[in-house]
Design a binder for this molecule. Structure first.
Ligand SMILES: [Zn+2]
Ligand SMILES: [Zn+2]
Length: 423
C-alpha cells in the first residue's frame, strides 16, 4: 500500500512542512493540519493496487507503482518512506507502517532543510581543527531528512547499594598537623521509575552518535500518523526492543548510581562498595525521531554528521588535523612569547636584557593556554555528552525506600609542619 498526499486544490504533491508543522502543497501553498488528518482526510490518499502481488513475496525488494508518474518504485525491505526516483514525488509505504509495525509516536521535524543547511554550514566553519579540504568538501547539499526508528522504554529500577564515605578535619598539635577522618557505612534502597528512555532501533545508525543527539523534547511527541513522513525518508526498526534492552539497562544502572549518589550529602569522599540493581522494562514504544544526515568523504573515509531535527543539536565524527593542532598551539606560544617579552621590558625601564627571559615565561604560558584551548576545541568537535541522568526520571514515582548512614570508626594521621620561616 503506497500513500501519496495530493493537494485537494491543485493535485500536486504535499509534504510535511517542518517550520509550520502542517502538510503543505509546494505548488499552491494549501495547508492541512497533519494530526487532524486521520479523522476526515481532505487530501486525497492515493493508494496503489500492487500491494497483494508484491507484499509478502519472497523477494527482498518491494515494488510499488508511483501514482504521479506511473514508474515502478523499488524499495529496500526496511524503507517506510522515500520519494519516487523518477518524478521526486514523496511516497509513504503504508503496509510497512501498519499492525505490529505501526509506530506509536513520532517527533515531527521542526527544522527545515534550509535551516539545517545553514546550521551545518555555520557549525563546520567553527571546526578550527578540521583539515581545510575536509571543510571545503563538506557536502551540506546532500542533506537527507530521515525519521529514525527508536524504542522508548519505560523502566523500573529497583535495588540497593552500599557506599563508603569519609569526613575529615584537621587541627594543630604542637608542630604537627593532625587529620582525623571519620568513616561511615551508607546504605540506600531505591525504587526508581524512568519514562521514555530512548535507544535507536536501526542497525545502520551508530549507537553512540544517536545517543548524543538527545534529548528530544517530548512535549512535541505526537501520535504517529503517515502525513508526518511525507517528503522525508524513513525506515522501520530492524532491532526489536529485546535486542536493544541491554543498552538501556546499562544506562538505567548508571542513572541509579547518580540518583543514589545525590542522596549522600555532607561527606568529603564517597565511593560505592556494593550494588545490587534490577532493571525491568514496563513498556517499550516504537517511535520515530527526526534526524538530518550529512556525509563527507575525507582520505577515502566516510564521515557522517547528524542533526537532531527538532532541536538542531549536531554530532559527528569529524577528522582532526594534527597540523592544525600544532599550528594553533604554535600561534599561542608565539603571541604569548611576544607579550611576555614586552611586559618584561616595559616594566623594567626598557631593560632590553630582560626581553629574552620575559619572552620565555610568556612562551611557557602560551604552551599551557594553547593546549587548553586546542583540547577544548577537540572535545567540542566530538559532540557534547548524552542526556543527563534526571532527563527521564519520573520524580513523582521514585523514592528511597530504606536508608542509613552509620558511623564506623575514625582514623588519625599526623604530619610534621615544615618550618617556613627563613627570614
Ligand atoms: Zn495545491
Ligand atoms: Zn513518480
Amino acid at each position: 500500500m503506497l500513500i501519496q498526499f495530493k493537494c485537494p486544490d491543485c493535485g500536486a504533491d504535499m509534504t510535511f512542512d517542518a517550520q509550520e508543522g502542517v502538510l503543505m502543497c509546494a505548488s499552491c501553498g494549501h495547508k492541512e493540519q497533519a494530526d487532524e488528518l486521520k479523522q476526515e482526510p481532505k487530501y486525497r490518499e492515493v493508494e496503489d493496487s500492487t500491494e497483494a502481488s508484491t507484499y509478502g513475496s519472497e523477494s527482498t525488494e518491494l515494488q510499488y507503482q508511483c501514482q504521479s508518474c506511473g514508474a515502478v518504485i523499488i524499495t529496500e525491505p526496511n524503507t517506510t518512506a522515500t520519494s519516487c526516483s523518477f518524478c521526486g514525488s514523496p511516497v509513504v509505504l503504508g503496509d510497512k507502517l501498519s499492525g505490529a509495525l505501526s509506530p506509536k509516536y513520532v517527533v515531527p521535524f521542526k527544522i527545515s532543510k534550509q535551516n539545517a543547511e545553514e546550521t551545518f554550514k555555520n557549525w563546520s566553519k567553527k571546526l578550527k581543527l578540521a583539515p581545510a579540504d575536509f571543510k571545503a568538501d563538506m557536502k551540506v547539499k546532500s542533506l537527507t531528512g530521515m525519521y529514525v526508528p527508536f524504542w522508548l522504554y519505560d523502566l523500573l529500577g529497583q535495588g540497593e547499594a552500599k557506599l563508603n564515605a569519609t569526613k575529615s578535619s584537621t587541627h594543630r598539635e604542637g608542630e604537627y598537623e593532625v587529620t582525623e577522618t571519620k568513616h561511615y557505612e551508607i546504605y540506600r534502597q531505591v525504587d526508581l521509575t524512568y519514562n521514555k528512555v530512548p535507544a535507536d532501533a536501526s542497525k545502520k545508525m551508530p549507537d553512540t552518535l544517536m545517543d548524543k543527539l538527545e534529548p528530544y523534547e517530548y512535549n512535541d511527541l505526537k501520535k504517529f500518523d503517515t502525513p508526518y513522513l511525507a517528503g522525508y525518508v524513513s525506515e522501520r526498526y530492524d532491532r526489536d526492543y529485546k535486542e536493544e534492552f541491554p543498552r538501556v539497562e546499562k544506562r538505567a544502572e548508571s542513572y541509579m548510581d547518580n540518583y543514589i549518589r545525590d542522596t549522600v550529602k555532607g561527606y568529603d569522599t564517597v565511593s560505592f562498595s556494593k550494588r545490587n540493581y534490577q532493571v525491568r522494562q514496563t513498556d517499550a514504544s516504537y517511535t520515530l525521531f527526526p534526524v538530518w544526515m550529512a556525509y563527507s568523504m575525507h582520505n577515502s573515509e566516510e564521515h557522517s554528521f547528524f542533526m537532531n531535527g527538532q532541536t538542531g543539536k549536531i554530532v559527528g565524527d569529524t577528522p582532526v588535523s594534527k597540523g592544525a593542532c600544532v599550528a594553533w598551539t604554535a600561534l599561542f606560544i608565539f603571541i604569548f612569547g611576544i607579550i611576555g617579552a614586552l611586559i618584561a621590558v616595559l616594566l623594567n625601564d626598557m631593560a632590553l636584557a630582560l626581553a629574552l627571559p620575559g619572552g620565555i615565561i610568556g612562551m611557557i604560558v602560551g604552551v599551557i593556554v594553547g593546549l587548553l584551548v586546542v583540547s577544548s576545541w577537540r572535545s567540542a568537535m566530538k559532540g557534547v555528552m548524552t542526556a543527563g541522568s534526571n532527563t527521564y526520571l519520573n520524580a513523582g514515582q521514585s523514592k528511597v525506600l530504606r536508608q542509613y548512614d552509620h558511623y564506623t570508626h575514625t582514623t588519625t594521621s599526623k604530619r610534621k609542619i615544615e618550618n617556613n620561616n627563613n627570614n
